[in-house]
Design a protein around this ligand. Structure first.
Ligand code: G3P
Ligand code: CA
Length: 388
């Protein structure tokens, strides 16, 4: 089945499934065939087939989670803008990945005594004093732009403004990050989404995307919640029972039980060490799948092993393969979508697509869109159009 056919089926599926809750749709997935069912599941759950999820925006070409990264992703035509949600000391929801600010801001210059302090200990006004772009220019001179210097950390409101501000209407794929640090963040998020018209029928009051443009933001799958935390998944179920939820999977401490193995060798890269990690048993994987399903999740977000490392995120970019064919089959047999994080290489898109996954988190939105058959676009022109 071609990508365009799948997307056409989705369009039909969405219109037919509008009155059906997300959970009901997942429960009515086809019976087990023993084969991955990604191509058909996505016609029954209101989430795009072959989902293109821009991980922290178009974060290869622009500093992660900043305005140009999200503008570029939106205008390239991704299905979702991905963001990691945290809360400032004064209660504002912001898009920041790390627990601290040292890796990708100049916090050590602006607040030298607080360089290792958690994001949650800063007010919004303080965060807005930081430069979230210059680190990128220093780390990736081949992709540097003078205009990236001084970029601000974004609030959730500002990411929503970007999602609503173009011809394409992408959805939002929101992760509750370190949620144990932010009691009640799920309810804060519900209130924010509600006030912005992103929940329930309120979104219908916004003008629909033009024909041919991305319209995920106009559909019942406009927001997907994701979390590594079982407690947060439960809180999201309570706060927003009708919003699609995905349980992210990790192997090891706090995640799926790992099989015993040799510790990382002195000469062994982190990537190689992670790549050889195995789950303790199929039952260990199943217990997480069962938890997700029991709490109304529509899918799993497992990690993927990358076949190449292009230096984008160094050691952060080393993951275990939690999307082996039997794992994807187990998820699909239970009617659960599989969205893999974080995949940037065409060879890996191909390998995992053949296993039947339903979409990818990627820093290389332009590559994934091309892989799925969309025309190539001029990223430089898009960035320049926005003043970058
Ligand atoms: O949210 C999917 C993926 O983003 C999880 O990893 O650490 O990049 O948030 P991380
Ligand atoms: Ca994330």
């Amino acid at each position: 089945m071609t990508t365009s056919t799948r997307r056409w089926l989705l369009a039909c599926g969405v219109s037919l499934l509008l009155p059906v809750s997300v959970t009901q749709a997942a429960d009515s997935a086809p019976a087990s065939s023993g084969e991955p069912q990604g191509s058909t599941l996505c016609t029954k759950i209101p989430i795009p087939c072959d989902a293109v999820i821009a991980h922290r925006g178009a974060s290869y070409q622009a500093p992660e989670s900043t305005r140009p990264a999200y503008l570029l992703a939106r205008d390239l035509g991704v299905d979702y803008l991905e963001l990691d949600l945290q809360r400032t000391k004064d209660g504002v929801l912001v898009a920041v990945h790390d627990n601290t600010l040292g890796r990708n801001t100049n916090v050590a210059e602006v607040f030298p005594d607080r360089a290792d302090a958690p994001v949650s200990s800063f007010t919004l006004d303080e965060l807005k004093q930081l430069d979230a772009g210059s680190w990128f220019n220093a780390s990736y001179p081949d992709r540097a732009r003078d205009s990236y210097s001084g970029l601000e950390i974004l609030t959730l409101d500002e990411v929503i403004d970007i999602a609503e501000g173009g011809d394409n209407h992408p959805g939002l794929y929101i992760e509750t990050k370190v949620p144990e640090q932010f009691p009640g963040i799920e309810e804060d998020l519900r209130k924010k989404l509600q006030s912005r018209g992103w929940l329930g029928d309120e979104a219908k009051s916004r003008p629909a995307a033009k024909k041919g443009a991305v319209n995920v933001g106009d559909t019942p799958g406009r927001v997907v919640m994701q979390t590594f935390s079982k407690a947060s998944l439960k809180a999201l179920e309570t706060s927003m029972p009708d919003v699609p939820r995905v349980l992210l999977l990790w192997l090891g401490k706090g995640g799926i039980e790992a099989a015993p193995g040799k510790p990382q060798g002195d000469d062994e890269s982190t990537a190689d060490y992670y790549a050889r990690q195995q789950v303790a048993s199929p039952e260990a994987y199943r217990s997480w799948l069962d938890f997700a399903k029991d709490h109304g999740a529509i899918g799993l977000g497992p990690s993927a092993v990358q076949s190449e490392h292009d230096g984008n995120f160094s050691s952060q970019f080393s993951y275990m393969d939690l999307a082996e064919p039997w794992m994807i089959g187990m998820a699909h047999d239970d009617g659960m979508l599989v969205h893999l994080y974080t995949v940037d290489e065409p060879a890996d898109f191909e390998r995992y697509q053949q296993r039947g996954v339903d979409g990818f988190f990627t820093n290389r939105a332009e590559r994934l869109l091309e892989f799925y058959g969309h025309p190539t676009q001029d990223q430089d022109a898009i960035l320049k159009r926005h003043g970058y």
